[in-house]
Design a binder for this molecule. Structure first.
Ligand SMILES: [Zn+2]
Ligand SMILES: [Zn+2]
Length: 322
């Protein structure tokens, strides 16, 4: 009897382990050190809508990558306090989306300087205050700030790379072109070979294409991949290596060419995406197994965006959309 219990217990442990392995290495809410002085906090995208944050330790201060939503900003701030007693001096917005930049006022009120490529401010001018006001209706953390619109980054650069350097570390901020948004900034640590990508690279089915240039996206990722990179820290999903860069670029290439082939064969949008009212539910477009890590519920919307981009001969961000 005892032995039987032990066997059952062992099976339960094995089944639990198998579940954790099958669920991938997603570990929302955890903070792990990538290299000495660089920490990755995985945001809880599913339940809280948060992005990932990276904390970089300089000689006298910290740099945080992405402001996150206000509630995510507070969690990242707590994480920063746990790993170091140095103050957060810079918070880099990789792009203008709410889950990366709506926490800006939380950081600036705490004394940090928000920083971004100038395209981030330009995107905010394009889409705000409409998105801020719509988000405030859905998210308490945004509503509670009681502000009329998103707070743009306090400091911007237009010459890539912008460099912060001291006796201990060099951090480069790059713009490689329009991929996920017109403002996509990358953060690169040349000595440590760490690349923070924002949403230009996701590890998993987290690609949002509404503000994107789908056709140009792979070129941007391939430019970033020319850097000497060992650790890839994406905007969403788990950290990885260069396979995440290559897979992301390949996914966008496959998406674009599959939709282009459908258009060439005379297919209409309604032939390749199925709708339930205004909601997209599925697509007939199938992408190769090699990019399945990036394929998920969002595929129908990605197909629609690529279709509109190709058929209207302009980046999807320039096609009228909310
Ligand atoms: Zn995001
Ligand atoms: Zn985004």
């Amino acid at each position: 009897m005892k032995r039987r219990m032990w066997i059952l217990g062992t099976f339960a442990v094995l089944i639990t382990l198998a579940f954790f392995i099958a669920a991938g290495d997603a570990q929302p809410g955890t903070v792990k050190q990538i290299v000495p002085g660089v920490w990755f906090r995985e945001g809880d995208l599913k339940d809280l809508g948060h992005c990932n944050n990276i904390i970089i330790e300089m000689k006298d201060y910290l740099i945080v990558v992405d402001a996150n939503f206000p509630s995510g900003a507070r969690l990242a701030m707590e994480a920063a306090k746990k790993v170091s007693n140095k103050p957060v001096k810079y918070v880099f917005d990789t792009h203008h989306h709410g889950d990366h930049a709506y926490g800006n006022p939380v950081w600036t009120q705490a004394g940090a300087t928000t920083l971004a490529y100038k395209g981030v401010t330009e995107e905010m001018k394009r889409y705000e205050p409409k998105r801020w006001l719509a988000t405030a209706k859905e998210r308490k953390d945004v509503a509670e700030l009681n502000l009329p619109t998103a707070e743009p980054p306090k400091q911007t650069f237009d010459k890539s790379p912008f460099i912060l350097k001291d006796g201990t570390r060099e951090v480069r901020f790059y713009f490689f072109g329009w991929a996920h948004t017109r403002g996509d900034g990358f953060v690169y640590l040349p000595k440590e070979k760490v690349l923070c990508t924002g949403d230009a690279v996701a590890n998993g089915p987290h690609n949002y294409t509404a503000d994107a240039d789908v056709g140009n996206w792979p070129k941007v990722v391939r430019s970033a991949a020319k850097l000497d990179v060992q650790h890839v820290l994406p905007g969403h999903g788990a950290p990885g290596g260069t396979e995440v860069l290559n897979g992301q670029a390949q996914f966008m290439t496959e998406l674009h060419s599959a939709v282009q082939a459908a258009i060439k064969s005379g297919k209409k949008l309604d032939d390749i995406v199925k709708k339930d009212g205004a909601k997209l539910v599925s697509t007939t477009i199938q992408l190769p197994d090699g990019v399945k890590n990036w394929v998920g519920d969002g595929l129908a919307a990605q197909v629609r965006d690529a279709y509109e981009e190709i058929s209207q001969h302009k980046p999807h961000g320039d096609v009228a959309h909310p």
